[in-house]
Design a protein around this ligand. Structure first.
Ligand code: MG
Length: 198
């Protein structure tokens, strides 16, 4: 029988790889904040961190992270065969498999995730820009990692946008129910007062 890899092993490996490659949950949360703050002026970093953590719990995301970072790391060590070695090491513009891998996990989070991913791919915000420029100068390869970070950030942005709407609506419903209950109590009180007076 084949040995099944336990989910916890996959999860821990994906999180460890991200950290080894210099990307923290806070780095990704800061991108989420920047994407969502214009729509939610009261937003803080906390829910962004929570959302990034939740996205990183998805097995599909973890698998993409493991595959992409593995290829980056092997390219960095010159261990891939040609021509793939040169294509990944040089972050060849027309390669596209880095985006394809990353975008695979974006569809599950809906249209906000898809459009945010496109935006991040183009504008390279926060740690994505750092991966794309400064670290590349030291001979590091982040051909896949920049897109994976964009994917996690896009998914976390979409997830949070939907949750915040749900919370707003739930709060409005609670307020309405409380107001109704209060009005009923007042009405009862008024009736009692009238009966006593009469
Ligand atoms: Mg890339």
């Amino acid at each position: 029988m084949k040995k099944q890899v336990h989910s916890i092993e996959v999860r821990n490996a994906a999180l460890a790889r991200l950290e080894e490659r210099g990307v923290t949950i806070k780095d990704i949360a800061e991108i989420v904040y920047e994407m969502q703050a214009p729509y939610h002026p009261e937003l803080t970093l906390e829910p962004c961190i929570e959302s990034v953590k939740a996205v990183l719990e998805k097995r599909e995301m973890q698998h993409a992270i493991l595959v992409g970072i593995e290829l980056d790391t092997l390219a960095e060590k010159g261990m891939l065969s040609e021509p793939l070695q040169s294509i990944i090491a040089q972050d060849e513009g027309l390669f596209g498999c880095d985006e394809t891998l990353a975008i695979g996990s974006v569809f599950a989070y809906g249209s906000i995730a898809v459009t945010t991913f496109g935006h991040l791919d183009k504008h390279k915000i926060g740690v994505i820009n750092k991966l794309d420029t400064t670290l590349a100068e030291d001979g590091q390869v982040h051909t896949f990692l920049d897109d994976l970070v964009a994917s996690v950030a896009a998914n976390a942005s979409s997830r949070m946008a939907h949750r915040m709407r749900d919370e707003q609506e739930a709060a409005a419903a609670r307020a309405e129910a409380e107001a109704e209950a209060l009005a009923e109590i007042r009405l009862e009180g008024k009736k009692d007062g009238e009966e006593q007076a009469g």
